[in-house]
Design a protein around this ligand. Structure first.
Ligand SMILES: *[C@@H]1O[C@H](CO)[C@@H](O)[C@H](O)[C@H]1NC(C)=O
Ligand SMILES: *[C@@H]1O[C@H](CO)[C@@H](O)[C@H](O)[C@H]1NC(C)=O
Length: 395
């Protein structure tokens, strides 16, 4: 029975590292994935599971629920509208009422596998008006108006992995990792935390049909980035929201949390952004640099409007991040430069050389709504909106 005693000793006196891992991971990750797989392999006949996904009243949170359809939807038009009960706790008009879920973009489900689907939805009120946090609706209209310019977007989503104790995943319990480590695009046990999660998310995106362009580690340990795009018009926003859903869902399997907070660690640590590449057809063609410079000139006159659109709290979240240090610009000033990571707008070195291409708006916060960012850039740069924007100070 010696083995049994040893087991008991181990069990009762886990090493300190085991304790810290256990407390940081959720109970989800302890459930047997082998048992789960046994059920996942059961045939399901012609029936198809469709998971409806929507943005909640905070403009940041995602929700989902699943229903059975009798046959496989071949396109978005085959997915019926649905509804949910919008509790006044989460929706600002204070009334409890049914909300409509209007399917807008269809993906394959990487968790229960094809032919099951994930469907991104717009949320409409009982009177069929978009909710305040349904920013897709107006973005879609602006994209239609600007369709002739063929606007392309590419977005880089930064995020930080946390344990359920809200401490960054893998960081020492008491203290910090070496601050001067070069963690960006790194490899090695002492530099990279949570690669399993980023890699599984990448695969899940590819399977689902999300236009993911790549991943890399970022400037803090446990901080990652993925890129989505380039995509034309509204599709970019749809794909980024679906990529965020997949990230949170993959994190469930591993028992950790992904935060999009723009300054998750206070002090001398990097923040988290959602840098946005933008171009029109004219910018991409020969001589495009001139169009890029014209767009930057227009952006320079509407800085405070853009700052208000670049995080869900009208600039308050970004005021913690856009400090002018850690490769950010100051929230109070507009700036632009070739290959300047401390400017609001960066023209990539290659674009300066080629004389055409795109520019990068480095101001959007990691928790921005991509629809709001895309709408603002398009209104200013393509629709030439220059009228004074409603008063409102940059926080
Ligand atoms: C945006 O542009 C940068 C270079 O300025 C590039 O490294 C990045 O991959 C691009 N991202 C997307 C999503 O297009
Ligand atoms: C980059 O832009 C910032 C903000 O305008 C400016 O302070 C800095 O001098 C610029 N850096 C270079 C190398 O031009």
């Amino acid at each position: 029975m010696l083995w049994h005693c040893q087991f008991l000793i181990c069990y009762l006196c886990p090493s300190s590292s085991t304790i810290s891992m256990l407390s940081a991971m959720s109970a989800n990750s302890d459930l047997s994935k082998t048992v789960r797989d046994k059920y996942m392999r059961l045939p399901q006949g012609d029936k198809v599971q469709v998971t409806y996904i929507w943005i909640d009243g905070t403009g940041e949170g995602l929700h989902c629920k699943t229903r059975t359809l009798e046959s496989e939807p071949k396109g978005i038009e085959d997915v019926p509208e649905w509804n949910f009960f919008g509790s006044s706790v989460f929706w600002s008009d204070g009334s409890n009422s049914d909300m409509y879920l209007v399917p807008v973009c269809l993906f394959k489900d990487p968790f229960t596998l094809d032919r099951n689907k994930l469907v991104l939805c717009e949320v409409l009120r009982h009177n069929r008006e978009p909710t305040e946090t349904n920013l897709r609706s107006s973005c879609h209209q602006v994209m239609e108006q600007a369709g002739h310019s063929h606007p392309w977007f590419g977005m880089e989503q930064e995020y930080l992995l946390l344990g359920i104790d809200k401490h960054p995943f893998g960081w020492p319990k008491n203290g910090y990792p070496e601050p001067k480590g070069s963690y960006s695009c790194s490899v090695g046990t002492n530099k990279v935390y949570g690669r399993d999660i980023a890699e599984c998310h990448y695969k899940a995106c590819l399977y689902a049909g999300v236009k993911i362009a790549g991943i890399n580690t970022e400037a803090m340990p446990s901080q990652w980035e993925f890129q989505v795009g380039p995509g034309e018009g509204i599709a970019m926003g749809d794909h980024l929201w679906m990529a965020r859903f997949l990230l949170h869902r993959v994190c469930e399997d591993f028992g950790v949390v992904a935060t999009l907070d723009p300054k998750p660690m206070t002090g001398n640590w990097y923040g988290a952004g959602c840098h946005t590449n933008f171009s029109t057809e004219a910018m991409r063609n020969q001589g495009g640099l001139q169009h890029i410079e014209e767009a930057i000139e227009k952006l320079s006159k509407r800085h405070s409007y853009h700052i208000r659109m670049y995080d869900p709290k009208g600039g308050a979240d970004n005021s913690r991040r856009l400090t002018g240090s850690h490769e950010t610009s100051s929230i109070h000033e507009f700036s632009a430069g070739i290959n300047n990571r401390s400017a609001s707008i960066r023209i990539p070195h290659q674009v300066g050389q080629d004389g055409c291409g795109y520019f990068e708006d480095r101001r959007p916060a990691a928790n921005c709504d991509p629809y709001a960012v895309m709408e603002a850039i398009t209104r200013t740069c393509v629709l030439n909106e220059a009228e004074p924007v409603p008063a409102g100070e940059v926080p």
